[in-house]
Design a protein around this ligand. Sequence first.
Ligand SMILES: [Cu+2]
Length: 119
Amino acid sequence: MIRTLRIFGIAVLAASQLFAASGPVAARTSIDVVASNWKFTPSTISLHVGEATTIRLTSSEGVHGLASEDLGIPATTISPGQFTSVTVTPKKAGKYVIHCSIMCGAGHPNMALTVNVLP
Ligand SMILES: [Cu+2]
């Protein structure tokens, strides 16, 4: 009797794990971008039109920023040791060069993230 209960318990556990695994999974890509003085790494990323992608931003050196009206990225501060996520769903294919939006020093004018939006 005890053995039967135990087997039943394992079966319920297995079933619940099966349901958990087959639950809705967010079909969302994630890309990590690290800002430093004075570049974004990687310096170029690729997104797809109509596809939601979460860009996880952090800094290894200095405070930087990202903002793009064309891509719907709100003014975002990127601080050392912190992760900030922005989710982007591009509407139009093309090459978008997003300059650092926060004055961060000598290399600031040349600090940019290139976003290639593919159809
Ligand atoms: Cu800057």
